[in-house]
Every structure is written in structure tokens, then in C-alpha cells.
Design a protein around this ligand. Structure first.
Ligand code: PA5
Length: 424
């Protein structure tokens, strides 16, 4: 379903050179023998996921949709980016659904937290707190604050019914809280890391509350699992090889480009997936993202003529779900009648073609084009799995563990020390 188009790279890639290594890495993913192998639960998850829990997710989502105006999703990093990316990519940015979703627990910013709490005072809301460790400070603090507000508003019993906790099955502070107060619990499996968790309750519960067909999302993921878990150089591995080759040729930055504002958060999710997985041992591509044509009026200049450090990965959706026809104007003072009767998607595609040529032919910036037919729940489920599989392959090609994030701990230790946390 995803077509990787390498025709705008400005060089030939010798895929056969990687064939043996790719087959070995694929086997190590399948057999769970590579570095970080205790975190490979995501690879078969679209096939093996807990169907009983899936049913409970649907039931909980219905309860929330039927009884609350707002769902507060409390999580950070892998415990929130996937759900947000999926909801915005599928529903768009001005989807007037009956349940509003508020992203919380991803910042210490006092102004943001305070504004959200004030806003929630007048709302009938539920909370989905998501944390595998249960000790992530941003999330834990935000949860304490929003839970206190909820208890003040509706009392402890109703509050407990309105709180849904997604966490580890066996350990962690959040698990202790959930057990003590009887919150409905969902599991983030111990062998699935945060940034690979969008197919678990971490992604699925907020998505289902947003009215997204999560069965279609899982079907798309399963379709992708079958397509990209092969020994051959499938499309996901082709993309991984291209990235690896360009990095080796001296391009340290990959810019993920889409032509739709609803994919901005998909870019954020993609950046976390690749950045946190690959950026180790002082190696790895720096993942960046941009939305065109908006950012052609800002970053476009740098891409065209700035330091030659990057290549672009362009997500191209063939058929838009909605389109707008450009009307005739009698006066034509804006000079736009040459476009009358055409659609905005037609204009956008021409802008994309012109930009690819400008960047590739004149700017000498290699472009990888990822073609996808459309962007519904099934297609997004497929695309996210494509990226995860490509990411694992990229990391192993670079010789790093795709599933740990040792560098993230350094800021936490410093912060805990400065805050006077016992033991630091
Ligand atoms: O990808 C990851 O593992 C991280 O981004 C985590 O998801 C993030 O740090 C949140 O951790 P937790 O779910 O333990 O609160």
C-alpha cells in the first residue's frame, strides 16, 4: 500500500548490497535475538493483541462518549504522541466531535497547566492517564492536579469511575494508584516500548473516544506486518536502506514533509520514533519535519540554498477525502480565474511537483517520496507500522539498539537532584 519512490534521489541505490544483512536483521526481529529483544512485542502485536482487552477498550470508549464532554489524556512521549498523531491525521484539526480531547501531562509549563485546569472547572470530564513506568514526573504531576480537581467537582467515587489508567500489568506507581482506587485498567505490555505502543490501549483508547474505527486501524497494521516482515527488501526496508545510504554519504538530517496541517503531529510522532530510537553512540540521522506549502515560506529558503545537510522524505496522499473547487470571479481582480474549476488538491499536487523539482534539480537535495492512496484509519495503521519496521531496520543497520533511550535519563537525574528528590 505504501510505495517508496526513489526516482528523485539523484543517485542509484544498490539494494542488493544490503540483501544479506537485511535478511539477517529481519530474522533477528522475528526471532527476537537482536539488541533490545525484550522490547520486540510490537512487531507481532497487530496479530497477537489481546482481543478481550480490545473489547473493553471499545466499551470504555462508548461509556466516555456517552457520559462526558471532554477526555483529558495525561501522558508524554510515547504515551501520547501516537494517539494525538492518529486523531489529528484522521479526524483533521477542526473536527467537531461531541467529545473534546485535551492533551495534558506532557509539560511542566505552569501557564498551560493552569489554563487547562481552569477550562476543566466548567466541564464534565473523564481522564485517561497513560504511563508505563507510572513515575514520569510531567504526567504524574499533571494527573495529581487534574484528579484533585475531578474529586473536588464530583466526589471520590464518581471520580474513580471517570478515571481510566493505562500502565504496566505488574509494576509501577500508577498501577498501585489504579488498584487502590479501582480505576479501570488497560495494559501497556512490558515488551512494548512507549514509542512503539500506538497499537496498544495507549493509542487505541483515545482514538476510539475520538470516534475512530480502531478495528480498521489494527487491520491496516496487520496488513503491514505481513507485508514488511519478510526476508526480502520490502518497501519498509527499502526506505531504511535509502536513509542509511544517504546518512553514510554525509547527509545527517532527514526532513519529513507533508502537505497537510493535519499531519503535523504525525511528524512529531515520526520524530520521536526515529530520534529516540536511532540517536545513539553519537550516530544517527537528525529527524526534522515541515509542512508544505506553509513552511516553504520559511524553511524553504534553507532547504533550497542553505547548508547541504539534508534530504527530504515526502508523504504524498493520492486521493484526498475532501476537496474544494475554485470558483469563477466576475472581476478577476485577484487574477485567479486561470484556476477556476480546478480543485485545491490539484493546486497542492502541482505545488508539490514543482517543489520536488526545485529542491532536487536545482537545490540538489535528495527526495524520497512515500506514496499512499488515502488516509483513513486502515491506511494510517498501515503507515505507522511501516515506519516502525523501517525504524527498527535502520537502527540495526547502524548498529544501535532501537528500543532503549539511555540519554533521556540524564536530564531527569539532573532535574531530580535540583528538585531535591530523595536519593538524587
Ligand atoms: O518512547 C518512550 O519509551 C518514551 O518516550 C516514553 O513513552 C515516555 O518517556 C513516557 O514514559 P512513561 O509511559 O513511563 O510515562
Amino acid at each position: 500500500m505504501i510505495k517508496v519512490d526513489a526516482s528523485k534521489l539523484g543517485r542509484e541505490i544498490d539494494y542488493s548490497h544490503y540483501a544479506k544483512e537485511v535478511a539477517q536483521i529481519n530474522e533477528s526481529i522475528e526471532k527476537r535475538t537482536g539488541a533490545g529483544n525484550d522490547f520486540l512485542g510490537w512487531a507481532n502485536y497487530p496479530l497477537t493483541y489481546d482481543k478481550e482487552e480490545f473489547g473493553r477498550i471499545l466499551k470504555a470508549a462508548k461509556e466516555i462518549r456517552d457520559n462526558y464532554e471532554v477526555l483529558v489524556v495525561c501522558g508524554i512521549g510515547g504515551s501520547y504522541l501516537g494517539a494525538r498523531a492518529a486523531i489529528e491525521a484522521i479526524n483533521g484539526l477542526h473536527h467537531q466531535d461531541k467529545v473534546e480531547i485535551i492533551w495534558f501531562g506532557q509539560t511542566f509549563a505552569a501557564s498551560y497547566v493552569s489554563q487547562v485546569l481552569k477550562y476543566l472547572e466548567g466541564k464534565n470530564f473523564a481522564i485517561n492517564v497513560i504511563s508505563k513506568s507510572g513515575t514520569t514526573t510531567e504526567t504524574a504531576l499533571a494527573f495529581r492536579l487534574v484528579r484533585d480537581l475531578l474529586i473536588k467537582k464530583v466526589g471520590p467515587e464518581k471520580a474513580a469511575k471517570a478515571i481510566y489508567a493505562t500502565t504496566d500489568k505488574e509494576k509501577g506507581a500508577l498501577l498501585g494508584l489504579a488498584k487502590k482506587y479501582g480505576y479501570e485498567r488497560f495494559v501497556l505490555p512490558s515488551d512494548v516500548g512507549g514509542r512503539y505502543s500506538v497499537y496498544t490501549a495507549v493509542g487505541l483508547l483515545p482514538m476510539a473516544v475520538a470516534g475512530i474505527d480502531i478495528q480498521a486501524f489494527m487491520d491496516g497494521a496487520e496488513e503491514a506486518r505481513k507485508a514488511y516482515s519478510t526476508d526480502e527488501i520490502n518497501e519498509a526496508y527499502k526506505y531504511a536502506i535509502i536513509r542509511h545510504q544517504l546518512y553514510k554519504e554525509g547527509l545527517p538530517v532527514e526532513m519529513f514533509v507533508s502537505y497537510e496541517p493535519r499531519f503535523v503531529q504525525l511528524g512529531e510522532w515520526w520524530k520521536q520514533l526515529f530520534g529516540e530510537s536511532e540517536g545513539k553512540d553519537h550516530t544517527g540521522l537528525l529527524p526534522d519535519s515541515a509542512t508544505f506549502t506553509t513552511d516553504l515560506h520559511s524553511l524553504g529558503q534553507f532547504i533550497q540554498e542553505g547548508s547541504p545537510v539534508l534530504f527530504e522524505t515526502i508523504l504524498q496522499v493520492t486521493s484526498p477525502e475532501e476537496d474544494v473547487v475554485i470558483p469563477h470571479d466576475e472581476d478577476n481582480l485577484d487574477g485567479l480565474n486561470y484556476l477556476e474549476g480546478k480543485t485545491l488538491d490539484y493546486v497542492s499536487k502541482k505545488a508539490c511537483d514543482g517543489t520536488v523539482d526545485a529542491h532536487v534539480e536545482v537545490g540538489k537535495v535528495p527526495n524520497v517520496l512515500l506514496h499512499i492512496d488515502s488516509m483513513g484509519a486502515k491506511e494510517l495503521g498501515h503507515l505507522m507500522y511501516f515506519f516502525m519496521r523501517a525504524c527498527a531496520m535502520s537502527c540495526y543497520l547502524n548498529g544501535v539498539n532501537p528500543f532503549n533511550q539511555p540519554g533521556v535519563e540524564v536530564y531527569k537525574k539532573n532535574m531530580f537532584h535540583l528538585l531535591g528528590k530523595p536519593g538524587y
